[in-house]
Write a protein that binds this ligand. Structure first.
Ligand SMILES: [Zn+2]
Length: 181
């Protein structure tokens, strides 16, 4: 059975047995909070459990490293949507130790992409869009600094509702322990 077939098979039972019942929730976040965090697979369940966040409690935004890269990135747009349209009132930026983006250099990832057989011509197509790949694919050297950078971008955003708390945290992906930045 392929992975998709397994998923669809499981899904039929999930719905039929009403296994969704414990997860029924309103569409606006009950705890009025927006969380920006890393896509790391260890955080799927650990992060909400460690924060006592249940289905329906928070808006959860995920990306590589959990970074807010610029004031007009998709992540920043999503934060604004959560605050203006979905009733969220606070933003939590949560980085984590032992992150895959820690120490990742754009040029290393460019090498990895080349190794997979992507042609120079395709790289040229990207460059024609004015993209500096080395910079675009860069990770970070310090998770604390990176979280602080994201917090600053959100705090200084001209469209952020006045008085919105923007909080930076770092989570341990093994124990779930939080440290404030
Ligand atoms: Zn990560």
């Amino acid at each position: 059975m392929s992975q998709l077939e397994e998923i669809l098979d499981y899904n039929q039972h999930f719905v039929k047995n009403e296994s969704y019942r414990p997860y029924e929730a309103p569409s606006r976040p009950v705890k009025k909070m927006t969380i920006v965090s890393c896509m790391d697979c260890r955080l799927i369940e650990l992060l909400p459990k460690a924060l006592d966040v249940k289905n329906g409690d928070a808006i959860m935004l995920k990306s590589a490293g959990g970074m807010v890269e610029s004031p007009y990135s998709n992540t920043m747009k999503s934060i604004l949507v959560s605050l203006y349209e979905l009733g969220s009132e606070a933003v939590y930026i949560i980085g984590h130790t032992n992150c895959g983006m820690h120490g990742l250099h754009g040029h290393k990832m460019v090498d990895d992409i080349k190794q997979r057989g992507v042609s120079d011509q395709k790289f040229a197509t990207v460059r024609e869009q004015g993209v500096d790949l080395d910079q675009w694919l860069n990770g970070f050297q310090s998770v604390e600094e990176e979280v602080q950078k994201s917090v600053t971008i959100v705090k200084n955003h001209p469209l952020l509702p006045e008085g919105t708390p923007v909080i930076g945290l770092v989570i341990d992906p093994k124990t779930g322990e939080l440290k404030k930045i």
